[in-house]
Ligand binder design. Sequence first.
Ligand code: GDL
Length: 443
Amino acid sequence: MGEHLNMLGVIEGFYGRPWTPAQRVRLYGWMAAWGMDTYLYAPKDDPWHRARWREPYPPQELAVLSELVTAARAQGVRFVYALAPGLDLNWSRSQDSAALLGKIATLAGVGVRDFALLFDDIPYQADRAAQALEQVAVVHRVAQFLDEHFLDEQGVRGLLLFCPTEYCAERARPDVKTSPYLNTLGEHLDPRVEVFWTGPEVVSPEISPESVREVAQVLRRRPLLWDNLHASDYTVHRLHLGPYQGRPLELRHEVSGILSNPNTPLEPNFPGLASLADYAAASPGWTAQASGLRALRDWLPQFGSTGQFGSAGQFGSGSQDHATAVTTEDLATVADALFLPHVTGPRAQRVLEAALRVIADPADQQARSTLLSARRRFRRVLHALEGGVNRDLLYDLHPYLVDVSEELTRLLASGRGGRTTFPYRGGLADQLMTLGWPEEKDR
Ligand code: GDL
């Protein structure tokens, strides 16, 4: 993980469909290979994690968690269980504190030793300093409870992580430096408790060392980065396959660790997470672009291009038709199209420019061939997956690969007697998306 960070790993912390137990175990395998050491269990829509946090897990669900703790440990990955009681916790009610400690005790009972308390995305109280003090009281009560009952053999307490309600600069009022909420936390929260921070924004295109130093001063500790760079739960239009970008290497000295809260579908997280691990261990001269390409090269076997078919048996010969073998350049074209939240990659930009030229002049052969070549690459990736063994990856990428191919087909047909207008596909959200961008029409 490199000498800079105390913690490196993955948060299952998005809204929507949680990963399956099998997917999580698969993730732990990747993490072990990449030297990542921490997995935070915090799927927003596990009802027992957040909406119905007071209720105990049904035995079957608890058994699943217990197996995951063991599976993570077997790979050298620390399983941190997060509880998110903030939507309706009333700390002055003894029933609520009993429910909260009861929940922690149940998880500790199946082997969890590391916990997190999350207070993101909850209503603000009018008095934010008072809200911070109440959250501190909750965290300290849990810390005391763990100290009393669940120390390890060396008498050491596990990790206690905390996600504040002002978890990025854009949420701080009036600003990071003078926020009563953040200053209260800094002053009162046990210094051993790690505090999450997502950067200047919820999804931060860039995070500067200076911005983190500023919040570290207020919090009186280096924050733990909860990085939403690759998260996709706020849109169905994109996945994020780009590298870990927009974070200078020096940032590693300013944070206590980095945990990525990535794309909702698991499989497409391979390149982004591989690149994060690469960043964590990087030496000067490292570039995100080269890291992204390395990650895509490592991802290639999942597309059936390195003979795994033969050994897998199921699909016969292993002599995959050479013409359909996926290349790193094919994956780079797909990754550039589904790059990062605020930017597409250079290959996608070239396709977009060619598309504009084809619209202006349907006879522009050079532009047409750029579109045809891009479509060939998208289709090659799709066909390899269709015939491949990684069905989850096919299912996860299928809608995106088809979407781009279809649009390219439409553009190539335009001005050639082909059908130039399709019924609007995207429903209301897509139509709304074209509206109301007075300054950034081409976003
Ligand atoms: C958030 C949520 C997170 C979500 C992400 C992206 C934090 C601390 N909380 O605000 O659960 O996945 O945005 O939508 O980031």
